[in-house]
Design a protein around this ligand. Structure first.
Ligand SMILES: Nc1ncnc2c1ncn2[C@@H]1O[C@H](COP(=O)(O)OP(=O)(O)OP(=O)(O)O)[C@@H](O)[C@H]1O
Ligand SMILES: [Mg+2]
Length: 159
């Protein structure tokens, strides 16, 4: 198991990390975003999505999917889903969100992924964010198919 830890000392650093991740995402990828409330899961997701949008849509609002549960963005090369499972009470409800449909020609970011009982059979990267006052650390773990890409992430400097 490969796990790396990155420092995210500012929101700017989180945004840069999001850009680095977005450059590695492929169709069929799932990214789990874990961490307590306010740790920066949506902030990171916004940066990833923004960097993948075509230039004329770069300034659209990217809301937290806490209430809609899932949002889909049509990006440059593929669709990008953004889900938040916080309000899911029964893991059966997850099937109705259509996450697997998005993965057919896109990738999905999932906040509060611990609600998923059976690990989905896709390439999965898990990012766990921890709060340290105004700073954050991100521990990054390959669940499936991210071994080489995780090493690339480790080598990219975040300021
Ligand atoms: N280094 C940092 N990286 C990301 N966010 C930071 C950082 N430092 C401070 N913040 C602040 O932390 C907050 C993170 O909020 P965000 O909505 O992204 O969290 P979340 O993990 O998605 O929460 P929730 O569980 O409620 O969905 C923002 O207000 C942001 O400005
Ligand atoms: Mg959030």
């Amino acid at each position: 198991m490969s796990e790396i830890i990155l420092d995210l000392p500012s929101q700017r650093a989180t945004n840069q990390f999001g850009i680095n991740i977005s450059n590695l995402i492929e169709i069929g990828d799932i990214i789990y975003l874990s961490g307590e409330m306010g740790s920066g899961k949506t902030t990171l997701a916004r940066s990833i999505i923004k960097n993948l949008l075509v230039s004329q849509y770069k300034d659209i609002e990217i809301p937290s999917p806490t209430f809609t549960l899932v949002q889909v963005y049509s990006c440059k090369d593929f669709n990008m889903g953004h889900a938040d499972l916080y309000r899911i009470e029964n893991s059966n409800e997850i099937d109705a969100l259509g996450i697997e449909d998005i993965l057919y020609n896109g990738a999905v970011l999932i906040e509060w992924p611990d609600k998923i009982k059976n690990k989905l059979n896709y390439n999965i990267l898990e990012i766990k964010i921890k709060i340290l006052n105004n700073s954050r650390t991100a521990s990054i773990e390959n669940i499936r198919g991210w071994e080489d890409r995780i090493r690339e992430l480790e080598q990219q400097v975040i300021k």
